[in-house]
Structure formats: structure tokens, C-alpha cells
Write a protein of this length. Structure first.
Length: 410
């Protein structure tokens, strides 16, 4: 850890910035030339130039030793490598291109259409089975009901570039991240980079994007806890949990943090109220459709299987060993139990420690899940890098003193 900190802080962080942007430029170029996914290739063709420009500017900052503009450069790079490709692809899609969005964008927009017309964003198993075999996968919506809100603009106004669900993903992401940064006393450049310009984040936002508002709202919730704004933290993490199940582990960790610090009554209404409020209408309209999409399909019991099959240990075990799916599930349960025991025996007392719990816990889950995506790694990476920034908050009532060893308990 000390070696990583020294490398990261060398030349006021500028050396690591140069390496980050240089490697990201290479990644984007390789993606543009070799990816089999056309939205990814389109992203790489634009993002490579943005990363190259950032590499040159960061190199000049390194030579001149001018670290003051690092945060400004980070936001500018995000605009060039994530927002610009997103807008270009949204405009091309509105003009008729059918290869300028990943399937999750279509799924979210279909959720908005169904919510507007039927009162629920989900199709039941009978309706999904009636679809042609090639369309049944897109009939599933394995998200929480709140995700349908991002599809409402297209349902209301039609196929215009600004009704693309990714535009609204980006707006919520930007609002949450800017608010989180303003709450913190320090200038968490590296933390912001790992939530914005890191290729896995920029590519995801430009081509699919549904994970970024969930991540940004979770990071905002941690920043609110670090600055003793627990009511706002509850609203932020509750909104994230109303969008996607991936936020539920974060919500659980923050509940423990709030209980430990005596702030549970402030966090609880928003943290649990918002997810329940969004679930209730879908449950009342068609509870079976809700269970089919949100529970059965993610667990592999739907009419079709998820294409999320990145070669992580859980997937490899499930494919290579007899009864491998049960072995992977047992390992995942053991990891979850270990995290739960640690939360009970050594509960987090600072937002920084809570971020570490979130990061390591989600990393273990992603590696051991039988079906997962490489892109999900953006969650643990962002949480782990965000943790140090939470130590130096504007208020110190919930942050660790210098001698506190809480961050090293895990």
C-alpha cells in the first residue's frame, strides 16, 4: 500500500496522471481497432483523441510542475472521452443508426414505455414467452422500477438525441459527482478520475450507462455521511437502490455505519423509503412480472439466460466443475457471510471505512458470481479509491482521527 501511495503522489500526482491518460489512450485505440461491439468501436475512435490530448496536457503539467489544474483537466477529459462520444452516438442513433447503443439502453427505454402505458415497467413471463426467441432477452428488465424513469423522455417525446436514456444517465451522474466533490474539503482528483475518465467508466457511460448513476449516487451518499449529512445520504443511497440491486450492499453498509454512529433515524427514511416507494406500484400492478424480472432472471431461472459471462473465477468454476454453479454459489455465500461477520464484529465508524467495506465486498461478489460483467469492476475500483478522499471532509465529526486504525481493519 505504501508503494502505491508513493507512486500515486509522485510529482503531486502528475506522474500517475500521465500514466493513466497514456494507458487509456492505448486502450481506446485498441478498442476502436479490434472491438467486436460497434458502439465500443465508435467510442474508441473519439475517446482515443481525448485521452491523447489529456496525456500531452498532463505531460506539460508534469514538466512545469503545475498540479493546480488537475481537477479542471479531469472534468474536461470526461467531457471529451465520455460525454462527447455519448452525444455523438445519441445523435447518430436518432438519425437512424441502429448500432449506436448497447442493449441495456433499449431495455431501459422499453421500461419507460411500459411504465407510461401500463403502469409497470415489466413484462410477465407469459408476455415474454410470446415474443420471438430472438427478442425474449430484450423483454427482460433486470433493474429496479426506478430505472424506468430514464426511459420516460423517449416515451414522451420520441426518438430525439436528447431523449436517449444515456443523456439522462449522464446528467444524474454529473449532478451527483459535482455535489459530492463540493461536499469534501479536499480536492479528490484521483477519486473523481476513477468515477469518470477511467476507461471502464467512460466507455460504460457512452455506450450503455445504466451503472454510472447508481455508482455516482452511492459515492454521493458516502460523501454525505463523511460530512454528517445523513438525511441526504439516505436519499442518495435510496435513489441508487431504487435503480439497481447493486446498490443494496452499499445501503446495508451505510445502515450499519449510521447505527454505529447514532444516525440511523436520519438515514433510514430515505434509504429504505425510496426503494419501497418505487417497488410498491410495480408490485400492485403485476407482482409476478416484478419477480420474474428482478429475481428469477438475475438468478438464472428466467426463460432465457443472461449473456453476462466474463471469465472471472465464479463463472469459470460454474462452467468447469461438476455442479460448479452450486460451488460458485457456495463461495459467494461464504464471502457474503464473512463480510457480514466483519460488519457485526468490527462495524465501520467512518465513511472512509464504509467505502472500503463496499469496495472489497463488491469485488468479492463480482469475482465469485456465476454470471457477471467485466464492467461491474467500476464499482469496487471507485469505492476503494474514493475511500481516502472521505477522510478529509469539511466536517470532522464522522471522520477518523490521525491515529485511528479503522481503515486497516479489513
Amino acid at each position: 500500500m505504501r508503494v502505491l501511495r508513493r507512486v500515486d503522489s509522485a510529482a503531486d500526482g502528475l506522474g500517475a496522471d500521465v500514466a493513466l491518460y497514456g494507458l487509456a489512450a492505448i486502450f481506446a485505440l485498441v478498442t476502436a481497432l479490434t472491438s467486436t461491439l460497434l458502439p465500443h468501436r465508435a467510442w474508441g475512435g473519439i475517446a482515443a483523441w481525448g485521452y491523447l490530448a489529456a496525456f500531452l496536457v498532463a505531460g506539460m503539467q508534469l514538466v512545469l510542475r503545475r498540479p493546480a489544474l488537475r481537477m479542471s483537466l479531469t472534468w474536461a477529459v470526461w467531457g471529451g472521452v465520455a460525454l462527447l462520444p455519448l452525444v455523438v452516438q445519441a445523435a447518430q442513433r436518432a438519425a437512424g443508426r441502429t448500432d449506436r447503443a448497447q442493449e441495456e439502453v433499449l431495455v431501459v427505454e422499453h421500461m419507460g414505455e411500459r411504465l407510461a402505458h401500463t403502469g409497470t415497467p415489466y413484462l410477465g413471463p407469459e408476455a415474454i414467452s410470446a415474443l420471438p426467441p430472438g427478442e425474449q432477452l430484450l423483454g427482460y428488465a433486470p433493474y429496479q422500477p426506478g430505472m424506468a424513469l430514464f426511459g420516460l423522455p423517449r416515451a414522451a417525446f420520441g426518438d430525439i438525441w436528447w431523449t436517449d436514456a444515456r443523456i439522462w444517465f449522464a446528467l444524474v451522474t454529473a449532478a451527483a459527482l459535482v455535489t459530492a466533490v463540493r461536499l469534501l474539503r479536499s480536492s479528490p482528483v484521483r477519486a473523481v478520475q476513477f468515477a469518470t475518465v477511467l476507461p471502464i467508466c467512460a466507455l460504460t457511460l457512452a455506450t450503455g450507462g445504466d451503472d454510472l448513476p447508481v455508482l455516482a449516487l452511492s459515492l454521493l451518499a458516502l460523501a454525505c455521511c463523511a460530512t454528517d449529512h445523513y438525511r441526504a445520504a439516505g436519499i442518495a443511497v435510496g435513489a441508487a437502490a431504487a435503480l439497481k440491486l447493486f446498490a443494496l450492499p452499499v445501503l446495508a453498509v451505510l445502515l450499519v455505519l449510521a447505527f454505529t454512529t447514532g444516525n440511523l433515524r436520519r438515514l433510514l427514511p430515505g434509504a429504505l423509503g425510496l426503494p419501497l416507494l418505487t417497488l410498491l406500484p410495480a408490485l400492485l400492478v403485476d407482482g409476478n412480472a416484478l419477480v420474474e424480472n428482478v429475481v428469477r432472471f438475475p438468478l438464472g431461472h428466467g426463460l432465457v439466460t443472461s449473456p453476462a459471462q466474463s471469465p472471472f473465477p465464479g463463472y469459470l468454476i460454474s462452467q468447469a466443475l461438476p455442479g460448479g454453479r452450486y460451488v460458485a454459489a457456495a463461495l459467494l455465500a461464504a464471502a457474503a457471510l464473512t463480510i457480514a461477520v466483519l460488519l457485526v464484529r468490527r462495524p465501520p465508524v467512518t465513511a472512509a471505512t464504509a467505502a472500503l467495506f463496499c469496495g472489497y465486498g463488491l469485488l468479492a461478489a463480482i469475482l465469485l458470481m456465476p454470471t457477471t460483467r467485466f464492467g461491474y469492476l467500476l464499482y469496487p475500483l471507485a469505492f476503494l479509491v474514493w475511500s481516502p478522499a472521505l477522510i478529509f471532509s469539511r466536517r470532522t465529526g464522522t471522520t477518523a482521527p490521525r491515529g485511528d486504525t479503522a481503515l486497516y481493519r479489513l
